[in-house]
Design a protein around this ligand. Sequence first.
Ligand code: SF4
Length: 85
Amino acid sequence: MGITLPRPAGDDDWWKKAVCTSDEECAELFYSEASGSAARAKRICFSCPARSACLEHAQETGENFGIWGGLTGHERRARRQYGRP
Ligand code: SF4
C-alpha cells in the first residue's frame, strides 16, 4: 500500500497540476532526509506548473516538513522569518 502525500482541502485545485504524485516513491523523495533526495525533488518542483501556488499554500499553512514549491521546510521557515511569502 502506497503512502498518500498530503493534499490541501478546499476548492483550490492547484494541486491537480502537480507533477509530483501520491505514489510511495514520490512520497519518499519529497519527505526523505537522505542526501540527494531534496535536490532531486527540487529539480522536479522547478518544472512544475503549480510551484507558486504550492509554495504559497505551504507558507500560509505553516507546513514545516517536506519539499513544497521547491523549498525545504528550513528554507520556507527562513522566508517566513523575513516576512517573505
Ligand atoms: S512544486 Fe513540487 S511539491 Fe509542489 S506540487 Fe509541484 S512538484 Fe509537487
